[in-house]
Design a protein. Structure first.
Length: 144
């Protein structure tokens, strides 16, 4: 599966739950996450990555997941609603990290990074409904 296919599946699943999703491909500004969202009165951002295999050296070894993207998510969360996430799909499931765990998750091994994720769901073959349901429940729980 390609990252674009995974991202499209996530967008579709979240939209069926009533989320408003905007996809971003900003060539003018650096590090803008892939998706912005509004759901249940909460706004936020999601950086989406996909790898066929789990990254053995942790989040820092994910191709095209830069320190600048991590910093953007953390800085925006501090200035805004605090709902900024990294979402990683693999051939074996999906994982999401809240911005507050990103620095530690980047420095950890894959096993350590998994222990810091806020949502984890099986989803072989790109099946994304379980991770979308987990994110949905989390955002409902964070309503102001």
């Amino acid at each position: 599966m390609l990252e674009q296919e995974y991202k499209r599946a996530v967008i579709n699943a979240l939209r069926t739950m009533g989320w408003s999703i905007q996809e971003h491909e900003d060539r003018q500004a650096s590090f803008i996450p892939d998706l912005s969202f509004g759901a249940y009165g909460v706004d936020g951002w999601i950086e989406v990555k996909y790898r066929d295999r789990m990254p053995p050296l942790g989040l820092g070894s994910i191709r095209h997941y830069t320190k600048g993207q991590e910093d953007w998510l953390i800085d925006r969360a501090a200035a805004g609603s605090g709902q900024c996430y990294l979402l990683l799909g693999t051939a074996h499931g999906s994982y999401a990290w809240h911005h507050s765990a990103l620095r530690n998750a980047r420095a950890a091994t894959w096993v350590g990074a998994q222990s810091l994720c806020c949502c984890r769901a099986p989803g072989e073959g790109g099946y994304v409904l379980p991770i979308a349901e987990c994110l949905n429940a989390m955002i409902i729980g964070r309503k102001k």
